[in-house]
Design a protein around this ligand. Structure first.
Ligand code: KG4
Ligand code: ZN
Length: 370
């Protein structure tokens, strides 16, 4: 069959990164032929740093001011013109409503002008499918999605089919990295800072809690760990009047070690469930989301996977954290398979991947976030 190459524009504005990407894909071939021509991410770190977290209104304004520039940059880097775009794929949730609206309005306006289709994408699904953008792996596969707002073990059965095996019942690990880094006076985002300081630290100096680690399921909890680390920081500051560089490094290493141990143990539980469900000859375990950028976490989970005869996959670091290439990729695949509806384009602050999974404790009255 003749392959028809087409260009898709991906747009991402669900949190605090404004991103645009151009991908070439083949309209009648969803297994190969993907080429990432450009992926531009404009972070808003300097805008939110003073507030020690993302301010939704500031984020939304920054997205609407930058989407145009970001798209132009992506087009220039890809060496193409806007008229060559035949599909637009935009994050429609879950995320901050202002940012989602900025992205969707921008995408709809462009699509109207270009007379091309526009698809709304679940941002978390895009993270989960990002491994397929880079590696030729088959469904079903097990994934740990660990980011600034979410943490879930999922079985990815298709582009639109997810089975949640476990999830955090409170905070997300990325959020803990960010908050602890802030308490230590390190920069935002906290993940890369803590990873860097951990390299020089002693992971055995502090024994921080690993909540729920002895439960035989793959649910997780991080808020007690976050509080314990903060208490320890306060305690040291009270005694010494401040933190020495060695204290910072040791706290980082010990905290990261607790996260790693939780992931190790819970991955084993999830792997066992996956095996019992499918009994496949070839099994895949994929680590995705911003926290997947952490080399020590990747290495540890690669080992867990290989000990259990699972092939381990992740994506290059720039595609772990928020980006529009993964949004463009999932949009192209949903378009090829005709697997999309108009409702997908409605901005959804909450958009669970597995609608049959029970809301977890701590998700509030409005039900599951994701
Ligand atoms: O996926 P992402 O870009 O945004 C969300 O959808 O949340 O994830 C961002 C999160 C931040 O909390 C950041 O601190 C964390 O990913 N992160 C890391 C690393 N790089 C980014 N966490 C641990 N180690 C890293 N190297
Ligand atoms: Zn994300």
């Amino acid at each position: 069959m003749k392959k028809i190459a087409s260009l898709v524009l991906g747009l991402e504005s669900s949190c605090d990164d404004t991103a645009a990407a151009i991908l070439r894909y083949n309209k009648n071939d969803n297994l190969c032929g993907i080429e990432i021509l450009s992926s531009i991410v404009l972070d808003q770190n300097s805008l939110h740093q003073a507030f020690r977290g993302v301010v939704p209104e500031i984020a939304a304004r920054a997205h609407s001011e930058r989407l145009d520039f970001c798209t132009k940059k992506a087009l220039t880097e890809a060496g193409t013109d806007i008229e060559d775009i035949s599909l637009i794929s935009v994050s429609a949730g879950p995320g901050l409503i202002g940012g989602l609206l900025s992205g969707i309005m921008f995408a709809k306006g462009l699509a109207k002008g270009l007379e091309c289709p526009v698809l709304g994408i679940n941002h978390l699904a895009a993270h989960c499918l990002s491994v397929k953008m880079i590696h030729n792996i088959d469904f079903p596969y097990l994934t740990l999605l660990a980011s600034g707002g979410h943490c879930q073990f999922l079985i990815v059965e298709g582009f639109d089919k997810f089975l949640r095996l476990g999830s955090t019942i409170d905070d997300a690990p990325g959020e803990c990295f960010d908050k602890i880094a802030a308490s230590l006076g390190l920069g935002y985002p906290g993940g890369p800072e803590i990873e860097k300081h951990s390299l020089k630290g002693n992971k055995n100096r502090f024994s921080f809690p690993k909540p729920m680690i002895d439960k035989m399921d793959s649910n997780m909890s991080f808020s007690g760990l976050k509080t314990a680390v903060k208490r320890k920081i306060d305690e040291i500051v009270k005694v010494q009047g401040g933190l020495y560089p060695k204290d910072i490094n040791d706290i980082c290493a010990s905290f990261q070690n607790s996260i790693i141990e939780i992931f190790r143990k819970k991955s084993e539980s999830a792997i066992n469930v996956f095996k019992s469900y499918y009994g496949l000859e070839k099994n895949y375990y994929a680590l995705v989301g911003g926290v997947a950028a952490n080399k020590k976490i990747r290495k540890t989970l690669e080992k867990v996977a290989s000990n259990n005869k699972f092939e381990f996959f992740s994506v290059p670091q720039k595609f772990c954290t928020d980006n529009a290439a993964m949004v463009a990729y999932l949009g192209s695949q949903k378009f090829i398979t005709g697997n999309y509806t108009k409702e997908d384009l409605i901005p959804k602050p909450r958009w669970p991947l597995d609608i049959n999974a029970k809301p977890m404790l701590g998700f509030g009255k409005r039900g599951a976030k994701a």
